[in-house]
Ligand binder design. Structure first.
Ligand code: NAD
Length: 252
């Protein structure tokens, strides 16, 4: 028996990092995964790693409301239900606050926050109709603590955390469990790209590891395991929680 047998999981950002690890793990746990990403080639790679019975890729840039609506329509057309919505897709930028222009801010909020808002808006009525479901929204340790050069990112993730709490209360009576996952530094292409933007990427990566009391960066699979637990039926009392998974970084 898999922990996600007979469940349909819509996961965003499956092309890389944490989302890819989650798609593989959820499929292994028995779910049918409807994986979404803007990166078609990455989606095809994942498709080749999984059977067509357990995985379907849908290419979408989730930065618009229309693409979020279309994504949910496509998932429902394919499977007729959505038991788990795992909002994982996200972007980061490293830039001084005074140099963050309107375009950069809009992009950050559209991908990291508004896509979560619109996908929840589309999926919740379907979960109400089904009699319940699970939503996992990806925030970050940077929704809780701060870091220079990440103002727009911190704000976008703080918004995800607030939205998660508001929805968790609003739909607590509908058997829809809504929680936020707050990863610390995880060794993915996103984080490496942040290191690469510094003058000395090797030193920057070493400094990143130094912030971790456990002495290493997290692995995408370690976040996927927590997401799997949240997606399963086990944590039935968890509602509106912010689950920090960061190797003790934020308590240092
Ligand atoms: P990643 O860059 O490795 O993967 C993100 C995936 O999302 C990519 O495949 C990308 O193509 C996709 N994506 C980005 N914008 C999209 C869009 N507009 N539409 C559709 N797909 C889009 O990143 P990751 O490190 O795996 O991050 C996953 C999530 O975890 C993000 O929300 C990120 O903010 C969050 N997070 C990551 C870290 C970390 O250290 N890696 C820490 C805290 C939170």
């Amino acid at each position: 028996m898999g922990r996600l047998d007979n469940k349909v999981a819509l996961i965003t950002g499956v092309g890389s990092g944490i989302g890819k690890a989650a798609a593989l793990l959820f499929a292994q746990a028995g779910a049918v995964v409807f994986g979404v990403d803007r990166d078609e080639a990455a989606g095809q790679t994942l498709t080749s790693m999984l059977s067509s019975q357990t995985f379907r890729f849908f290419k979408a840039d989730l930065s618009t409301e229309a693409s979020c609506i279309q994504t949910v329509q496509q998932c429902c057309a394919a499977y007729g239900q959505i038991d788990v919505l795992y909002n994982n897709a996200g972007i980061s930028t490293v830039e001084p606050f005074t140099q963050t222009d309107a375009l950069s801010l809009d992009r950050m909020l559209s991908v990291n926050f508004k896509s979560v808002f619109y996908l929840c808006q589309q999926v919740i009525p379907k979960m109400q109709h089904q009699g319940g479901g699970v939503i996992i929204n990806t925030a970050s340790e940077l929704a809780i603590v701060a870091q220079p050069l990440y103002a727009a990112y911190c704000a976008s993730k703080g918004a995800v955390l607030s939205l998660t709490r508001a929805l968790a209360l609003e739909y607590a009576q509908d058997n829809i469990r809504i929680n936020a996952l707050c990863p610390g530094p995880i060794d993915t292409p996103m984080l490496q790209q942040e290191f690469d933007q510094s003058d000395d990427p090797i030193q920057s990566r070493a400094a990143g590891i130094d912030t971790m009391p456990i002495g290493r960066l997290g692995k995408p699979e370690e976040i996927a395991q927590v997401a799997l637990f949240l997606a399963s039926d086990a944590p039935s009392l968890m509602q509106g929680a912010s689950i920090v998974v960061d190797g003790a970084k934020t308590i240092l």
